[in-house]
Design a protein around this ligand. Structure first.
Ligand code: HEC
Length: 174
């Protein structure tokens, strides 16, 4: 291949890559997820003195013991509905130990946030998975889990939640 052709072909590959925004883990989604964590902390959904909820025995892939809270949250000056699933595990984990000291057993926080216009094909949910520290978790390829997390193992949020009854992608509502 001559040099000119190589340049043209590489430029094309680069540009088509840029034009097609990644469904999750891109800069805008990561920024949004980080802002969201700050709002969750200031509204006591996570962190020191977080709102408590009754722990229950979980199902794969969400962890041994879970609790789920739901409510309004303000982010970038707009109010949204959020469903937050806090995932607990580790030695000694049980409904009782979690009820007494949730922070000690917190392993991950998975959220669905209703964001009108964000993903009309999939009911406009913004998805994210955080570590207990608030850092955004990654998939095995190192891509941050924030945005339209469609497919992929073990975390294809949308692919699995499509199976929730009622067609809203939410399991606990039915
Ligand atoms: C293999 C299937 C599966 C995958 C993948 C999955 N979930 Fe779930 N999720 C469930 C099930 C089943 C429930 C309800 C039962 C429960 O409480 O554990 C649930 C519950 C939830 C809830 C509480 C609201 C509800 O629907 O009941 C949130 C929030 C949530 N998941 C977020 C996520 C996020 C974020 C991801 C991706 C990082 C994800 N889930 C991936 C199966 C899955």
């Amino acid at each position: 291949m001559n040099i000119m052709k190589t340049i043209v072909v590489s430029a094309f590959i680069l540009l088509s890559g840029v034009a097609q925004a990644a469904p999750f883990g891109g800069d805008a989604d990561v920024q949004y997820a980080n802002d969201l964590w700050s709002s969750m902390v200031s509204e006591s959904y996570v962190g020191e003195g977080a709102i408590k909820s009754r722990p229950y025995t979980g199902q794969h892939p969400h962890g041994a013991i879970l609790d789920t809270i739901e409510g309004p949250i303000v982010i970038s000056g707009k109010i949204h509905n959020i469903i937050i699933k806090r995932n607990y595990g580790g030695p000694g984990v049980s409904k009782n130990t979690v009820a007494n000291d949730p922070a000690r057993f917190l392993k991950a926080v998975t959220i669905m946030l209703k964001r009108p216009g964000y993903d009309p094909e999939n009911k406009d949910w913004f998805w994210a998975k955080y570590k207990a520290s608030g850092e955004i978790d990654t998939n095995p390829k190192g891509v941050k889990l924030a945005g339209k997390i469609a497919k992929g193992k073990p975390v294809g949020c949308i692919a699995c939640h499509t199976a929730a009854p009622g067609g809203d992608m939410v399991f606990i509502h039915d």
